[in-house]
Every structure is written in C-alpha cells, then in structure tokens.
Design a protein around this ligand. Structure first.
Ligand SMILES: Cc1cc2nc3c(=O)[nH]c(=O)nc-3n(C[C@H](O)[C@H](O)[C@H](O)COP(=O)(O)O)c2cc1C
Length: 358
C-alpha cells in the first residue's frame, strides 16, 4: 500500500501517519483512537506528574493493544530556576490583567514540567513502545530507552541537529519545519536561523541521515502528506490537524479561534513560555512583546501566567489564552480522530495513484 515502509516497519503501524504528542491537548482517548485507526497516537507527557503519567499510560493500554508514543522534553532543558523573579514591568502588566479578570496577585513561578529523568523511568516501567523527545536528547537517555525496548524519536529543526541525533542513536528523526505549531524543537544555535520551512528542510535531512525521517509542520491534509512523502519522508507527524478532533483537550475558545485563522494569524514568539513557539497572535503576545525587559527563563515565563490563562479560557476570552497553531491552520476542520486518520489515508492513497497515472 505504501511505498516507503521504513517508518511503518520501525514503529509497527499500518499507515505513515503520526499524531503529534501535544502536551495539553492529548489524552488516552485521542491516542488510542489514532493508534486503533492504524496511525501512531502520541501523548505529550512533559507536564504530567509521575502518578498521573502512570495512570494515563495504563489507560491508553486499556484502550488499545497497538503501539503508541509518549513524548518528553529534554531533561537538560527542564531545569527549574527557583531564583528567577518577574521584572517590574512584566509584573505590573500581568497584575493589571489579573485585576481586570478579578484575580488575586500574580503567582510565583513553579516547576511546570518534568523531572524528565523520573518521567522516563515511568515510561520504561510501563514498557511504552515508542518514546519521543523535544528540545534534543542525550546519548544516555537514548541508550536507556532503547535498552528497555522502546523505539526512540526526536525532533530536529536543522540538518546539523539531525546529524547529531543520528549519532546519539535515535531510531528516526522528526524534521520539524518552521510551519509547525507549538514549541520549536531547536536545540542548537539561534532559533531564528533554524526556522526552515519543511520543503527546504525535509529533503536535506533525508540526504544527511540514514535513519527514517518523519516530516512535521503545516501538514493538514492528503496534499501535505503526499508532498512530504515525495520529499523523502517515511512518515508525517501532524499536530494542529488533530486539534479539531473532539477527543482532544482543547478549550472551546481556542478551537473556535483556529476555525477562522490563516497562516498569517500565527506567530513564533518567546513570550508564552520563554522558548520560541508558534501560536495564534493575540493581545497577550502583542503587549508582552512590546516590553523592554528580559523575560523569565523557560518555563517560568509560562508558569506565572497559569492562573490568567485558565481563567481566560474558562470565560472564553481569547486575548490571554496560549493558542498554539501551525501555519496550515487555514485547513483546520472538526472531525473525530479515527475518521480523520481514515480520510487522510484514503485521500493520500488516491492522490498517489492519481499522480502515478499521469
Ligand atoms: C498544541 C501543540 C502542542 C505541542 N506540544 C508538543 C509536545 O509536547 N512535544 C512535542 O514534541 N511537540 C509538540 N508540538 C509540536 C508537534 O510535535 C509538531 O512538531 C507540530 O504540531 C507540527 O506542526 P503542525 O502543528 O503544523 O502539524 C506541539 C504542537 C502543538 C500544535
């Protein structure tokens, strides 16, 4: 059915279609639905406590016998700086938002993610079949996961990151184009130079490494999938496309905003978390970017806005919600996950046949 079977065989799935492990929106229901439909479902687990992580993995296993992926952030980036404090300008701005929303004082930073080492122990204990990483990974972590029998994936945003990941022993590389929603996976150099579109990035990564390459960024339908396979990718990873699935945990205000958005509605910004990420532009991004003061380090920059985001989401107030989205958002549609996978597979195979028959 599919010409290039390298990712399919590696991950033991039917179709070269991976649902991005998105911290926040993903849960056992969407993971199991995608894996049951023959793709690879994925849980974004970076923000999960160890107990919650274990329970969630067990729930996935109760819903599907098929392979699935659990994603962690690089253990070296998940270091919490307990000394970091808000600057006066940012503090005043956040406090004014809090007052407008009837909230109390701006909360102090807390560790939001990890500890990734301990999370990995849970994954190994629970025999998670595929483990993926964002923001890079180290050789020891790769070796530990592989010794436990897991397949290991990691995102790269440049050719040189991809070459390093192959040397570290990862089984497949996710080439994350600049179009991608959510955090940039960049772990080397200036992220602005690593904003490489998928059409430029994927073939260069395919040429540079011998492991299978998974294309990501802006892929929303069969045209994007087939184009990436033509670029040499062995599979695709799609995030924003799955935010329209009713199974995904997405605040209604965010989902509604995705519906009317286009590529130019999105921006890559550091103000949401302290690390560059692509999301829908809103008042919060605009006003924080205008501040002339250093941001808090990642992830404290995100932690201080946690109460504001929650309150805004519950009120349907888009101005203060972090609404991650990729540049393909104009093709956003609402559809159950299994139907989406089936439709993407059927349309991609039709398109491949149509192209082959001239
Ligand atoms: C809401 C959202 C959350 C994300 N969270 C993660 C994450 O926790 N870990 C990760 O490796 N990638 C994460 N990503 C990035 C995806 O893995 C992938 O690179 C991206 O979704 C591809 O671009 P697309 O959204 O245009 O399909 C996230 C993306 C989105 C949209």
């Amino acid at each position: 059915m599919w010409n290039d079977k390298r990712a399919i065989d590696l991950l033991e799935i039917e179709h070269p279609l991976i649902q991005a492990p998105m911290a926040g929106p993903t849960n056992p229901q969407i993971v199991a639905a995608v894996s049951e439909a023959g793709g690879l479902g994925g849980l974004g687990a970076s923000g999960k406590s160890l107990d919650d992580l274990r329970v969630t993995i067990r729930e996935i296993k109760s819903l599907t016998d098929r392979p699935f992926n659990v994603n962690l952030f690089n253990r070296s980036t998940e270091v919490y700086d307990s000394e970091a404090r808000l600057g006066p300008i940012l503090k005043e701005l956040l406090q004014s938002y809090h007052s407008d929303m009837g909230l109390g004082p701006v909360p102090d930073p807390i560790p939001l993610y990890g500890p990734a080492d301990k999370q990995l122990e849970v994954l190994i204990d629970e025999r998670v079949p595929v483990v993926s990483f964002h923001f890079g990974v180290d050789a020891q972590t790769v070796a530990t996961a592989k010794e436990a029998g897991a397949k290991v994936l990691c995102s790269a945003t440049t050719v040189s990151e991809a070459i390093l990941l192959e040397k570290l022993g990862v089984d497949a590389i996710i080439a994350q184009g600049a179009e991608a929603g959510g955090h940039r996976g960049t772990f080397q150099g200036d992220y602005r130079q690593a904003l490489v579109g998928a059409v430029a990035l994927v073939p260069r990564v395919v040429d540079a490494v011998s492991v299978p390459v998974i294309a990501a960024g802006g892929i929303m339908d069969s045209r994007g999938i087939v184009a990436c396979l033509a670029l040499g990718a062995s599979a695709v990873q799609m995030g924003t496309a799955f935010l329209g699935c009713p199974e995904a945990t997405v605040a209604p205000v965010w989902r509604d905003a995705l519906e009317g958005a286009e590529a130019e509605s999105t921006v890559v910004t550091e103000v949401l978390s302290g690390k560059p990420a692509r999301g829908l532009h809103n008042r919060y991004i605009e006003e924080l970017e205008a501040i002339d003061e250093p941001l808090l380090p990642y992830p404290s920059q995100s932690a201080v806005a946690r109460e504001l985001r929650k309150e805004a989401a519950s009120r349907g107030e888009a101005s203060f919600v972090a609404m991650w989205a990729g540049q393909g958002v104009g093709l956003f549609r609402r559809q159950p996950a299994a139907d989406l996978v089936k439709q993407l597979v059927a349309e991609s195979l039709q398109l491949i046949n149509r192209l082959a028959s001239g």
